[in-house]
Design a binder for this molecule. Structure first.
Ligand code: CP3
Length: 345
């Protein structure tokens, strides 16, 4: 693991540990994907889940943004529902829609029917990570998994949801089913991260994209212990953990306490507001993803403000406040990467 000494000393891992950096490290959530013509070319006629199970394709797609932008970290190309697919939950990722689950989870029997994940379910992940680590050399690979609440939302709703009403109805009305479901997903997500780290990933990110739908008390009582379990198991492997959600300005403190080394901040919360809330932890973020559609000097002026604000944190990893929007101009992301990497530290 981590055989390349350049990894330990990379700007990304230094920032995550709160050490001085040669430049502010930068990567982008959803840096691989539909914004890149080379991605669309290799995905032609291949389904999303099928792509995630093809190690050669995963290696190629993960490397594409690293080659094009020279970002400071690669994010493993996969999806938060892939481990569910691997244990045979009947689901698909529908283009333009997202994950769709054939038989939504409603009862304890539904939960118990979902197998636990073992490395034998995902040999293609081990192969893809090993291949990537060999190709990436000194660039760290970030593995990831979905957090229990966000994954539960897809399983209970049966697809994407704005209100997460059925999910929260289970949380409030059937606490035994809820607890069993979140425990099940936490085990699967933790095992999925363990496979990625065992194969050589240098850090992990736990995506709780939809946790912003919760009050702090509901998050603390019904969700946080399960996310904490995943983060604890990842931490036991000695890799740093990033914990990210959208619209979580009221949850940032708890998301740090759940066991994060780095708290991801979406674009709605200024870093100056977020930093005191996360305690002695690094932060990641948080340029509004629509700013890449603005004139370059408007985008870079905002990026500079974010880097300046990030100085108050234990460490700062530059990122967008959520994923790259598919219609983003890759040349603008290239200019943003160069701007961040050349900005004085
Ligand atoms: O570059 C990266 O960030 C790595 C790859 C990655 C994907 N999904 C690839 C993907 C990551 C980290 C994810 C995580 C993910 N998946 C999250 C958490 C991150 C977030 O955005 O908040 C969530 C909520 C999902 C569920 C999901 N999968 C959604 C909402 C969608 C988009 C649906 C659509 O088509 O608009 C997907 C599909 C998906 N996952 C795509 C990609 C590149 C698009 C598939 C395609 O190209 O057809």
């Amino acid at each position: 693991m981590n055989a390349d000494p350049r990894l330990t000393d990379s700007a990304f891992l230094r920032a995550v540990r709160g050490e001085p950096v040669p430049h502010t490290p930068v990567w982008f959530m959803r840096q691989a994907g539909r914004s890149l013509p080379e991605y669309l070319a290799v995905r032609e006629g291949v389904g999303m889940l099928e792509s995630c199970m093809d190690p050669a394709l995963v290696v190629e797609i993960t490397l594409q943004p690293v080659r094009r932008y020279g970002v400071d970290a690669a994010i493993f190309f996969s999806d938060i529902v892939l481990p569910l697919k691997a244990v045979d939950v009947d689901l698909d990722i529908v283009p333009g829609v997202g994950p769709v689950v054939a038989h939504p989870v409603r009862t304890l029997a539904d939960v118990e029917a979902i197998p636990d994940l073992t490395p034998e379910h995902v040999p293609f992940i081990t192969e893809a990570v090993r291949g990537l680590v060999a190709e990436l050399g000194g660039t760290p690979l970030i593995g990831f998994a979905g957090a229990p609440f966000t994954v539960a939302s897809y399983l209970v709703e049966g697809g994407p949801s704005k209100e997460h009403a059925k999910t929260k109805a289970m949380m409030f009305g059937a606490p035994d089913v809820w607890d069993a479901l979140l425990r099940k997903i936490a085990g699967i997500s933790a095992a999925y991260l363990e496979v990625q780290v065992a194969a050589g990933a240098s850090a992990v990110q736990l995506f709780d994209s939809w946790a912003g739908a919760l009050t702090p008390a509901d998050y603390r009582d019904h969700v946080m212990p399960h996310s904490a379990h995943v983060l604890e198991r990842a931490g036991a492997l000695g890799v740093p953990r990033i914990h990210f959600g959208v619209g979580t300005s009221n949850l940032l403190g708890l998301m740090g306490e759940a066991g994060a080394d780095v708290v991801g901040v979406d674009w709605r919360t200024p870093l100056a507001h977020a930093i005191p809330l996360v305690g002695d932890r690094a932060v990641q973020g948080n340029l509004d993803p629509t700013l890449v559609f603005a004139p370059t000097e408007v985008m870079t002026a905002r990026a500079a403000e974010i880097i300046e604000a990030g100085r108050a944190a234990r460490g700062h990893v530059f990122n967008l406040g959520h994923g790259v929007i598919p219609s983003t101009d890759p040349d603008q992301l290239k200019r943003l990467t160069e701007f961040v990497q050349s900005y004085p530290v």
